[in-house]
Design a protein around this ligand. Structure first.
Ligand code: 2M8
Length: 411
């Protein structure tokens, strides 16, 4: 396999999705700037163009609200063919944005971008640092409960139709959902996307938050959906550690961030599902575990939590599928090898899990994940996700974050 050629293709994917100062995840299916996709994109750009990498992050933060929240989509330019667009969110600000957030990995990726070229990055980091702190503060103030990070919409998790959300979504009333046309299934086979019932519930939750004027307290009181997402807690804890390291290097105060890390480390304990023997999400409306072993459960090492109790699950799963790590345990009755976040393997999740494993000394496992991902991309292309059983490509093609992790981690 000629990796130089694939490197070139990866850059080409990023260039094709480049809209000047931000990238789209892939053209057609996702025509706007997405939050954590852009963080991955910045990391990818840092391997060949630091200037462009910083622009990606800085453009994302143009969407930051006065509250500190950084939205999951920034609608810089109108583009038809995606639902829900800016008219549905209906938020009076420019640039237009969605009203919910997404996994806060920007501090982690900003640190990587900075470390790739400290000389060029210094001034950019100085400018971005305060914005990162205010976003993290927003999470701590509004979303951290018992040290765990709560999501108010499945889209916030980045793992839209993960099984973790099913029980909480069952309480969402869809009787008042307006008529709408979902565009995702115009681009991708519906069997690889969330169900219609899922979509109705997603839209109902957007309507509820819009009627609450996007006020966090009102949403917390009114919404039936509030889940402590194990993936979010791990990724946020990791991001706080990275923010702390930046703060120390730039002679900024560290006490507040250290406090956040302590709180989140306590919260990690509440994610441990003793009966099932894995880290799990918690339905905050009932206090019940979701009993879901997803790829996000394996982000503990990435968060700096050196706990090997899940290794037996990791080995079992890797023995069961050819390409790890699937987004849902293949032994779960809901496992669906091509349906989005209910079975497929995602390159960027492998990258995060693999980095965590490598950092904590599990080098053989980390290398297995890297090789699996390398093979998937080299043989099938820069797809959004893949079948963990036979590697078949799935979802959107020419995907930014798949190209980004090729350039930075998989190749
Ligand atoms: C997917 O989510 C969007 C909604 O945000 C969608 O399906 O319409 C998820 O995979 C999410 O994690 C990702 O950021 C987004 C764009 O790639 O697509």
């Amino acid at each position: 396999m000629n990796y130089d050629k694939i490197d070139k293709k990866a850059r080409k994917v990023m260039e094709t999705n480049d809209r000047g100062l931000y990238t789209v995840p892939t053209k057609g299916l996702y025509p706007y700037q997405w939050n954590w996709d852009s963080a991955f994109a910045a990391w990818g750009f840092s391997s060949f163009d630091p200037k462009r990498a910083w622009a990606e992050l800085e453009t994302l933060f143009q969407g930051q609200w006065d509250t500190g929240m950084v939205p999951h989509i920034v609608f810089h330019k109108q583009s038809y063919g995606y639902f829900p667009g800016p008219d549905v969110w209906d938020i009076p600000r420019v640039p237009h944005t969605s009203g919910i957030s997404q996994p806060p990995i920007a501090a982690t990726m900003a640190r990587s971008v900075y470390e790739a070229d400290k000389h060029y990055g210094r001034v950019h980091m100085e400018l971005l640092f305060g914005r990162l702190v205010s976003w993290h503060r927003w999470w701590m103030r509004n979303r951290v409960e018992d040290g765990m990070v709560a999501i108010t919409h499945p889209w916030e998790s980045g793992r839209d139709n993960a099984l973790d959300w099913d029980a909480a979504l069952a309480g969402v009333d869809t009787s008042q959902v307006c008529e709408y046309h979902r565009s995702d299934t115009d681009h991708v086979d519906p069997s690889m996307r969330p169900s219609q019932l899922d979509y109705d519930r997603y839209v109902a939750l957007v309507q509820l938050a819009r009627e609450s004027n996007w006020d966090e307290k009102t949403i917390a009181e009114k919404s039936p959906f509030r889940v402590a997402d194990v993936g979010m807690t791990f990724m946020f804890l990791r991001a706080c550690r990275d923010l702390l390291s930046i703060a120390a290097e730039f002679d900024q105060g560290t006490d507040e961030i250290e406090g956040w890390i302590q709180t989140l480390k306590q919260g990690v304990k509440s994610h441990w599902n003793e009966a099932r023997g894995f880290y799990d999400s918690v339905n905050l409306r009932t206090g019940a575990f979701t009993n879901t072993l997803s790829s996000a459960s394996f982000l503990n090492w990435y968060a700096g939590i050196r706990d090997d109790r899940q290794l037996k699950h990791l080995h079992r799963i890797l023995d069961q599928v050819r390409y790890g790590i699937p987004s849902l345990d293949p032994e779960d009755p809901h496992f669906d090898k091509l349906r989005y976040w209910r079975g497929p393997v995602w390159g960027m999740m492998n990258a995060l899990i693999g980095i965590g494993l490598a950092e904590t000394g599990h080098t053989v496992l980390a290398e297995r994940l890297r090789k699996d991902t390398q093979e998937l991309i080299a043989e099938h292309g820069f797809y959004e996700y893949f079948c963990p059983v036979d590697g078949a490509s799935a979802g959107g093609g020419a995907f930014t974050w798949t190209a980004a992790i090729w350039l930075t981690w998989a190749s």
